[in-house]
Design a protein around this ligand. Structure first.
Ligand SMILES: [Zn+2]
Length: 545
């Protein structure tokens, strides 16, 4: 049995497919606590236990009367053995290096204690020699020099300082000689565009830098996706863990919804920095497709149009995989600035092909620019924009496992017969899309009225008639039986992007698209240029006059 998804979620999202969004009833059954939820509950209980022990343990450990323990984490073994982790506070100040773990038997008796630093804390004074704002000024001035000697040789130097936080007074105990210090967070940008967020600890007596910690760490990981094959991934390292979070591309990340239909899911992370095995047996494989698709889409927009992210604000989007149950679709949702991929029929056929990724994120670009209404002719133009840019992303990626072409979703096999979801060279080959404009085209579903613009884009790129491009055979007809040569997909994409971002509005229809792309071609190549004339002739060839 198939049911419609809650209306709110559907209305705010732009999906890949037309028709009913399918979710099995299982996804909406009464909630029974998942293993994750049970583990979270157990952890909360253990943490409460640790918090209750903080006072008695401080006494038992004979800490000074200015010292306090604050519960940070707790692990309870199956046999009841407890491992309670605490941070320390001295006279109200956080102690860096004051952390300790108390190991208790099930009955609460202390077995042993592991301390980060053995030294006793007894400071003669709590008054720093350097004032807080002076400390911030020193840190900000010195930060470029200190970053240059970072332990990671491949970290490029800090070129911009954007913000320095307040200097917080702390006790520095890590080196075994507890003393007053300042902890300051400095945010900036490295020469290669990677953001930097450093925590610096400086001596409150002489301003010397005691420690620097870059909290944004990128690492070169490897992925094996379902569709992308083996690809490099820029991941984030935190201790021994690597996650699918890309600080070099606006922190865009990929999470596991684990069959759920809302929330942010859990970020994919492991200790090997190798993700997926290329099959759906690994939950990470679809995530590799999604993360690599997002990275390629980012790079395509940046290197082709100078656009920094979907909203052109440098912020990366969240990708969510394993959405719902038997969900045969993928969609962009502007309200969460996130995209979601179902796992397809029997949850074994994820919709994570790269042109789908590019398609979905381009809906975000459209929302941030022309914001074409998702109905009528403007809806068709909205869908076509996603098919055009999704296809361009596929060409940009140029993967051996997914040779680029002018078809949409040719690998995800949604029809079950191995055929593509949509054809740009002759849209009517899908049995429903329009090849040419007519007065009724705006009444079609937006995934079919898009055909006119998809056809325009193919003809403008490659020209009409039978030809083989990159090993794929096409035979693209024209309404007026004209013969077109095409100007190449790169120029066609430049014209479409400029029209989208400069001339199209929420109500642009096909006539308006002709006018907008002609203006764009005039801007880019000159009025009356070969490119300009090609745009005019190509619209005529799909009956838009
Ligand atoms: Zn779409």
């Amino acid at each position: 049995m198939k049911r419609k998804l809650a209306a709110v979620a559907v209305l705010s999202a732009t999906a890949l497919l037309t028709g009913v969004i399918q979710v099995s009833t299982a996804a909406q059954a009464a909630p029974t606590p998942s293993p994750q939820a049970q583990a979270a509950q157990q952890h909360a209980t253990a943490l409460k236990l640790a918090a209750g022990q903080a006072g008695p343990l401080a006494k038992a450990l004979k800490l000074g009367d200015k010292e306090q323990l604050v519960a940070k984490d707790a692990v309870v073994d199956k046999d009841g053995t407890r491992h309670l982790r605490f941070e320390r506070i001295y006279a109200g100040l956080p102690v860096i290096g004051g952390d300790l773990v108390v190991h208790q038997k099930a009955d609460g008796s202390v077995k042993s204690v592991d301390k980060a630093v053995a030294a006793r804390i007894a400071l003669p004074s709590l008054t720093p020699k350097i004032a807080a704002d002076q400390a911030v000024a020193q840190v900000t001035a010195g930060v470029k020099a200190t970053v240059g000697v970072s332990a990671d040789a491949d970290e490029s130097p800090l070129t911009e300082v954007h913000r320095a936080g307040r200097a917080e007074l702390v006790v520095w105990a890590t080196d075994g000689t507890p003393r007053l210090a300042y902890r300051t967070t400095v945010e900036g940008l490295r020469a290669d565009g990677t953001p930097s967020r450093q925590i610096l600890v400086t001596d409150a007596a002489d301003g010397r830098v005691l420690a620097t910690h870059e909290t944004i760490e990128t690492a070169a990981g490897t992925g094996n996706g379902v569709f992308v094959g083996q690809v490099p991934l820029t991941t984030t390292q935190s201790g021994s863990s690597y996650s699918l979070k890309d600080a070099s591309r606006g922190d865009q990340s990929t999470s596991d919804l684990n069959g759920g239909t809302d929330g942010t899911g859990s970020l994919f992370a492991n200790t090997s920095n190798n993700f997926g095995d290329g099959t759906v047996n690994s939950r990470e494989s679809a995530a590799v497709d999604a993360q690599f698709g997002a990275a390629t889409t980012w790079d395509f927009y940046k290197n082709t149009f100078g656009r920094s992210g979907i909203r052109n604000d440098g912020v990366g989007a969240l990708s969510r995989v394993h959405y719902g149950s038997n969900y045969v679709n993928a969609f962009w949702d502007d309200s969460c600035f996130c995209m979601s991929y179902g796992d397809g029929n029997n949850d074994t056929a994820p919709l994570t092909e790269i042109d789908v990724a590019g398609h979905e994120m381009s809906h975000g670009v459209t929302a941030a620019t022309a914001n074409l209404n998702y109905s009528g002719e403007s809806g068709g133009l909205n869908e076509a924009t996603s098919d055009i840019m999704g296809t361009m992303v596929e060409w940009y990626a140029n993967l051996p496992s997914n040779p680029p072409n002018y078809w949409i979703g040719e690998l995800i096999n949604l029809r079950g017969d191995g055929s593509p979801l949509r054809y740009m060279d002759q849209p009517s080959k899908d049995g429903a899309s329009a090849d040419y404009w007519d007065a009724n085209v705006g009444n079609l579903d937006v995934h079919y009225s898009s055909g006119v613009a998809n056809h325009f884009f193919y003809l403008l790129s490659e020209g009409s008639g039978a030809k083989t491009v990159n090993g794929f055979s096409y035979n693209s007809p024209t309404y007026d039986n004209s013969t077109l040569a095409g100007i190449g997909r790169d120029k066609a994409a430049q014209i479409w992007y400029r029209a989208l971002t400069t001339y199209f509005t929420s109500t642009t229809d096909y006539a308006g698209a002709r006018a907008g792309t002609l203006s764009a071609a005039a801007d880019l190549y000159g009025s009356g240029s070969a490119e300009y004339n090609a745009v005019a002739a190509t619209w005529t060839a799909v009956n838009v006059n």
